[in-house]
Each structure stands twice: as C-alpha cells, then as structure tokens.
Design a protein around this ligand. Sequence first.
Ligand code: GDP
Ligand code: GDP
Length: 446
Amino acid sequence: MDVAEDVAADAPPAPVVAVVGRPNVGKSTLVNRILGRREAVVEDVPGVTRDRVAYDATWSGRRFTVVDTGGWLPDAAGLAAAIAEQARLAVELADVVMFVVDATVGATDVDEAVVEILRRSGKPVVLVANKVDDQGAEADAAMLWSLGIGEPHPVSALHGRGSGDLLDAVLEALPEEAPRETFGAEGGPRRIALLGRPNVGKSSLLNKLAGETRAVVDAVAGTTRDPVDELIELGDRTFRFIDTAGIRRRHRENQGADFYATLRTQSALERAEVAVVLVDADEPLAEQDLRIVSMVIDSGRALVIAYNKWDLLDEERRHYLEREIDRQLHNARWAPRVNISAKTGRHMDRFVPAIDTALDGWGTRVPTSKLNQFFADLVNSHPHPVRGGKQPRVLFATQAGVRPPRFVLFTSGFLEEGYRRFIERRLREEFGFEGTPLDIAMKIRE
Ligand code: GDP
Ligand code: GDP
C-alpha cells in the first residue's frame, strides 16, 4: 500500500463524464480513444459485464473521470429497459453525459427514449455521432440533429477522427473547477477540542501542554468577556484549543448538569476539526466516555483517544485495559491512541503526531478510478451473498467529499449491514483513513 503516492489528499474531485448508449455503438472504443490507450477492454459479446468502469483522463490539462456504463445491468429485463436504467444512473452520478449514437444506423426508438431521460435531467449532454469514419459519413451525423439535444459531434472512435473537437466540447460542458474545501481553509491554526468527562485531566493536560512548550501564545477573545479559545504552541506550530474557558472554569463551577456538558461538547465539536477524547486509564471506561466518543464520530470530526493518568497504572490494569478497549471501543478502533500522563508529562511528544495522523486521514481523497478499481477487485473476490436469488453489486463508487471522507456507492441492490461493515474495513485497510470516521452512503438501482 502506498497511500502517499496514490491518494491526492485535498485535491478537488475530478468531474465525472459518463458514456451512455446502446450496445455496439462504440462506447468502449470511444473510452479507449479518450484514454489514449487500450485499457477499457472491448468485449465482442454484448452485455458482458465489465468490472472496471471508471478511468482517470486528462484533456488540455483538465482532469476528469470517464465512466463507461457499457457493462452495467446485464440482467435488466429487455434492452430498452436496461439502457433507460443505464441513462438514469449516468445522469445521477455524472457531471456531463456523453450520449453515443451509431451514425451509420441513425437514431432508434431506444435512442429517443434515452434522450427523453437525459433532457428531463437537465444535465449537460454531449451528443456523439460515432462511426463517422470519413467525410462521406458526415451527412449521417447531421441527421442526428433530429434528436433535439443539440449539435451532433461527428467522430470515429476507431480511427480518432474528430475526437479532439469532441473532447473540447466535453470540457466546455464540464462544471467550473470546484473551489477547494473551505472548512478550516482560512489558513488559521488547526482546531482541537479537548473532551472528556470531569476529572479525567483536561485542564491538567492543557496546563502541561501550555507550560511545557513556550506557554500560551495568546488568549482569543470570544463574544463574552471570557477568552473562549487558546492558541497554544506545540513544537513549532500553533494550535487552537476550542473552549478552553469551559475546561478551566468547570473547576469553579458545579460540575453537575450532564445536559450542559453535552451541549458544551457538541458546540465545541462544531467548531473543531479534531477531537482529543481524554479517558482516565486508571478507571473502567464509563458510559459517559463511550457517549463522548460516539458524539465525535457522529459529528464527523477526526478523533484521537488519549489515555491519561498512565502513571497510575499497574501491570494488571494495563492488561485489562487492552481488552476493555477492544471490546468497548470497537467503533473507534481506527482512532490513534496516545497513552499519556498530564502529571509526569509522559508521551507529550506523541500528542501532535497523533493529531496530524487523524487530520491526514480526515482529509484523504481517493481518486475515482482507484476507488473503482478497488471495488471491482472487492466485488470479484468477496461478492455480496446471494439474497432471494439476487446478488447486489457495487456498480460505481465516488468520493463525494472529505473532512470526513464521504463515499457514495451506486449499487444494484441493498447491501446488508455486514457487507457494508466489511466494505468499510477493507477501505481502511487499503487507503488508511486513520483517525477519521467514514460516511458511506448507498444509492440503490432496483
Ligand atoms: P459498445 O458496446 O458501445 O461499448 O461498443 P464497442 O466499443 O464494443 O464497439 C462495437 C463495435 O463497433 C466494435 O466492433 C468496434 O470496433 C466498432 N466501432 C467502434 N467505433 C467505431 C468507429 O468509429 N468506426 C467503425 N467503423 N467501427 C467502430
Ligand atoms: P478535568 O476535570 O478533566 O479538567 O480534570 P483535571 O485536570 O482537573 O484533573 C482531575 C484530577 O486528576 C486532578 O486532581 C489532577 O491532578 C489529576 N490528574 C490529571 N492528570 C493526571 C495524570 O496524568 N496522572 C495523575 N496521577 N493524576 C492526574
């Protein structure tokens, strides 16, 4: 696994161009032409499933992902229904649809039906008049104006004729380059929420961190007269600790009121990028610890778990702790762990690396083609169990966002819980995602 090379963290997602059309109009040949290499295998047998569907392409310096929908839905009832379904799917997942028609055949009823779907979607469509191998066939292409979805672009996917002009037209139809994610992009320090139930050592840790390094740089004034956050220098970087007022003041306050503690935690999470949940290593995990961890996961923030008061542990407790973590924190197994002592300063140097790891995982983006290669392999080696005579498949997947990584899986049926968990586990094995929850949504094509 070489994540550094394969995963472009924080790069904006490449727009998706889906290629739609009846069998044998030349979709795969066209995809090959666009890629400039013979990668999309052209099948001689129509309807044969092609597992790999998404490819990275570049034209005039612009990156996009080409999706060949040719091999999908082999079991749909009837050609017309299958193509219609394919078109709907393409419209849903693509930024631009390339609709390929065989100009030597002309527009068929099935083509007309597809046009209806495409037109209703409002998605930009580039009409491809394929198999225009020479000047003489240009007239065939012109006939396709009759479809009423704009200019037919005459090409010969086989020989390359007209493909440059076609790609220019595709680029023109692509959405503007997406702006970079704005979350935390103000260029300021990374934002950390220090969470944990009363007495786990939050303010001790805060003091230790602030004291050991070159002290508190600044107190950031909030809307009230209390400083709300603190900027603390760790190593040679400054971090913003969220709601330190809450942490420090709780000493003077009555610590009761669970409800307010929860509110506080929630609002701190809202402003944070990464949460460090402090747990008292010397005590059994409490309900409240688990609840706080769940709140972080639900909020979609990066997570580090810090076991504090490590200085108090004896051998027996240490041994028991490992089992406890495994059993009770299984939903956060991916979170980096640091075993620290705010009292002695043990492992304070591990604090920042753990935070960096979690923030990296949180911002990781997997290119669409890598992701689909991954799913093609997964579906082959570990297919979903057959249910009621059907076997749901992942047809196409895309990462819709980062911070946290969000995935949308287009599937041919409902993926059961166990299989989705399996997918998440394998995604983590393959691409890392240490310290971040993953959001995996499913779009089912019946
Ligand atoms: P798909 O089913 O739509 O993916 O179609 P294919 O790419 O598999 O092509 C179907 C057949 O049409 C193959 O035999 C191709 O060689 C042929 N073909 C594709 N593009 C062209 C073209 O531009 N001109 C000619 N003459 N044949 C083509
Ligand atoms: P908070 O309520 O989460 O802010 O917790 P405090 O920082 O006030 O700590 C609660 C108690 O635990 C205090 O008596 C601290 O001195 C003690 N404490 C905090 N961290 C450690 C630690 O690493 N080791 C030991 N032995 N005691 C600690």
